[in-house]
Structure formats: structure tokens, C-alpha cells
Design a protein around this ligand. Structure first.
Ligand SMILES: Cc1ncc(COP(=O)(O)O)c(C=O)c1O
Length: 422
């Protein structure tokens, strides 16, 4: 009988020219064969996933929280569409590739579990969320609730509105990490007043990976007629959820993070009935148009990048949202478990899947995070030191191409640093 597993094991016998093609097929086989199985700890499976990427075999990249690499199929698609565009840009970009945008919109909507009439394609989470922040009809004295732990670009955009329009920013200082949903929800809702018009929520706090209970906060906001803006830069295609289930009105995300789409791709979701009153960031012929496409007047942009989002969606669907989340969460806990007994190590991320996914944050007492970061880099391990509000330490973010052996190298590196310090 034809054994797919054996086929995979014998992959080295496949002539080189066919190998990269077969690796894609191997993944499909493995997926079909193991669709109902839990592959979270199956390193064979994830080793094949790694082969679909072109990541460095020497540098262990544990800063996927910054930006994620693309699988080779996505990189190839960008190159292909770019070459096609360059044959006759105005024809191939505007008459041929442009037609593909509607399909990409539908595919992203299917991924997000919403209507394609609610999805605008743009370049990143900053652009998506600033469209909302600058597009909302707020007047002097209107209050916006947000946290000191939100992302700097978004904080700056809100501050600019405060400066320009006299809106009032109500800052929450979250006590994180936390596994107390009620305490987090209360922290937001205690900031609500009769003048609150908007609450800005970062779904996954980028610094330490804390998941914020958006549906619970949104439910209170809805009762009080407060609009909900969701920064999903770190949750989309990472946590397993559908956009409408979050209960928000507006959501922005980058696709070059967890979807592993081309660099410079993003998405804005606006609840259908909210589109009319939200001004586009780039002027449209009718700013009160009810079509989501009014948010796409970006001028000339890369059609190659936009179209190759399709290949990234395919890749994500092949892995499966739940399997991807389970693996990412497992990897985070894998390294945390191994450093658990180190007295000098402090963690700032939950191990509970309701409160964290792939992103983990730690600190070594008595050694500065930047020093630890530099020492790990000397060992070819890339993590990112962070100093923001109450958080001081290093963020560690694996991805689907990360193997437990990569994490073993990281853990060994941290232990060596601790031993040197003792
Ligand atoms: C929480 C959060 N929001 C927004 C952004 C902005 O993403 P981009 O630079 O892709 O616009 C980031 C980037 O890291 C982020 O972590």
C-alpha cells in the first residue's frame, strides 16, 4: 500500500529538480492524512512546514512579532506578478491584476468570517487603524478610552486628534500579565463615562502577548453606545476567531504579520452600517459612499504585493487556523517550561491559551534586556529587548517554521548567560 509517511521519509530520493514541488505536495498529504489528528507536537510535520519557507538555517529568528517571513510560494507569487506588471505596467496592473482584488477581498472575508463588503485591502495595520482614528466623526470634549500599553503609532494618531480636535483621551494603565478577565474588562469599562464615544482595544498586546478579552469589553461598550476599534495587528491569523464574534465596529490588521503575506499588506474591516459615516483617509469622490472600496484610494501601489495575499491565504488554510494556534501556543509554553526552574528568570506572559498565543516575554534579573539580547545575537539567536511602560525584558516570538530544536538552542543560550552571571 502507498504510504504517504514513507513517501515523506524517502523524500531525499526525489530528484532535486522536483524536490521543492514535492515539498508542497508532502504538506498537502500530511495535512489530509492527519487532518483529524493533533499534530501540535509532531516535529516531522512542522519540519516539512519549515521547508516551505526560506528562513536562515543559522540564525534562529524568534522575532516574528516584528514581521513574519513569507513562505516561498508567496515570495514567488510577488516576483511573478511584479515581472508581469513590468511588461506593461498600466495594462497588466490596472487592467489585469486589478481584477483580482475582488477575489482577494472575498478570500480575506471568508477567513475573517464576515462579508466581503466589509473588507478594504491596504498596506498595514497603521494605515487601516489611522483610517478609523482620523475618519471618525468626533468633536471637542468627546472621550476615547485607550491604554498606555497600546501600539505607539495608534497612540500618536489619537494624540494628534486630541491636539487638533480637542477630543479627550482617557488613559487606562493595565496591570499585566493577567488571567483575570473581569479585572481587565473592569479596567476598560471603569474608564467609560457619558462622554465616551470610542474604546480602542489592542486584541493582543504586542509587547508581551497578552490577549485582551475584546468581546466582553465590546458587549459593555455596545450597551452604552460606545464604538469599538480593534487593533488586530497581532491577533489576525494567529488566534483562531471570526471578526464579528469580537463584537467590534472597526478592525485593522497587517497581513505581513501572522498571515505571512507580502511585506506592506494590510486589511481594514468596517461593520457594514458604519461605512457611510467613516471618512476615508485618502479622499474619495463621495466620502459618504456606503461602499468599502472608498477606503482603497491609495494611489499607485504594488499590485504584486496585493495579489500575492491570495497565496498567503492558501498557505494559512492548508495549515488550518486551529492547528496553527495550537502549535504556536505550544511553542511558547515549550521554552517557558524549560526556563521555569531558573530563579533569575521572570515571565510576563500567561501559559493559558485564553490569555496568550505565540508571544512570550521574559526577563533575567540583574542583567539588562539589551545585554541579554546582544549576547543571544552573538549565539545567532534573534529576540528583541523591549522597554515600554511596566515591561522590561525580551520578547520571544516563534512561528510555524520554528522547531523545538530551535527553541532548545535559545533555552541553552539563556542558561549559558545565567551561568556566566553567577
Ligand atoms: C499592536 C500593533 N498595532 C499596530 C502595529 C502596526 O503594524 P504595521 O507596522 O504593520 O502598520 C503593530 C506593529 O507591530 C502592532 O504590534
Amino acid at each position: 500500500m502507498f504510504s504517504r509517511r514513507k513517501f515523506v521519509r524517502n523524500a531525499t530520493a526525489i530528484p532535486l529538480a522536483l524536490k521543492s514541488l514535492s515539498q508542497q505536495n508532502d504538506l498537502q498529504f500530511l495535512k489530509m492524512e492527519r487532518y483529524d489528528q493533533d499534530v501540535t507536537r509532531d516535529e516531522d510535520f512542522w519540519h516539512l512546514v519549515k521547508q516551505a519557507y526560506t528562513v536562515s538555517p543559522t540564525l534562529v529568528n524568534l522575532n516574528n512579532g516584528g514581521v513574519c517571513p513569507q513562505p516561498k510560494v508567496v515570495q514567488d507569487a510577488v516576483e511573478r506578478y511584479n515581472k508581469l506588471s513590468n511588461e506593461t505596467p498600466s495594462y497588466y496592473m490596472w487592467r489585469i491584476l486589478d481584477k483580482g482584488r475582488e477575489t482577494i477581498r472575498e478570500r480575506l472575508a471568508a477567513l475573517g468570517g464576515c462579508s466581503s463588503e466589509e473588507i478594504a485591502i491596504n498596506r498595514n495595520a497603521s494605515e487601516a487603524l489611522e483610517t478609523v482614528i482620523f475618519g471618525l466623526r468626533l468633536k471637542a470634549g468627546d472621550e476615547v478610552v485607550l491604554t498606555k500599553q497600546d501600539y505607539p503609532n495608534m497612540i500618536n494618531a489619537w494624540k494628534q486628534r486630541e491636539h487638533r480636535d480637542g477630543i479627550v483621551l482617557k488613559w487606562i494603565d493595565l496591570d499585566l500579565p493577567s488571567e483575570d478577565k473581569k479585572a481587565i474588562v473592569d479596567a476598560y469599562t471603569n474608564g467609560f463615562s457619558d462622554r465616551t464615544k470610542v474604546v480602542h482595544i489592542t486584541h493582543v498586546i504586542n509587547w508581551i502577548g497578552q490577549v485582551i478579552p475584546v468581546p466582553e469589553i465590546a458587549s459593555v461598550a455596545r450597551e452604552r453606545n460606545i464604538e469599538v476599534v480593534i487593533d488586530a495587528a497581532h491577533s489576525f491569523a494567529h488566534l483562531d476567531y471570526k471578526i464579528p464574534d469580537l463584537g467590534g465596529d472597526y478592525l485593522g490588521t497587517s497581513l505581513h504579520k501572522w498571515l505571512c503575506a507580502p511585506f506592506g499588506s494590510g486589511m481594514l474591516w468596517v461593520k457594514k452600517e458604519k461605512i457611510k459615516n467613516l471618512y476615508p483617509l485618502f479622499g474619495a469622490s463621495d466620502p459618504e459612499d456606503e461602499s468599502i472600496r472608498k477606503f482603497e484610494n491609495l494611489g499607485t501601489r504594488s499590485f504584486a504585493i496585493e495579489q500575492a495575499i491570495g497565496q498567503a491565504v492558501d498557505f494559512h488554510l492548508m495549515l488550518g487556523a486551529k492547528r496553527k494556534f495550537d502549535r504556536l501556543h505550544y511553542l511558547k509554553n515549550y521554552w517557558m517550561d524549560q526556563l521555569e526552574d531558573e530563579e533569575s528568570v521572570e515571565f510576563f506572559t500567561s501559559r493559558n491559551p485564553d490569555f496568550a498565543g505565540a508571544i512570550g516575554f521574559f526577563n533575567i534579573k540583574h542583567i539588562t534586556a539589551s545585554k541579554v539580547g546582544s549576547m543571544l545575537l552573538e549565539k545567532n539567536i534573534h529576540v528583541i529587548p523591549i522597554q515600554w511602560e511596566h515591561f522590561s525584558g525580551l520578547r520571544v516570538t516563534p512561528n510555524v517554521y520554528t522547531l523545538t530544536t530551535d527553541l532548545d538552542r535559545f533555552v541553552a543560550g539563556v542558561k549559558e548567560i545565567i551561568d556566566m552571571d553567577n
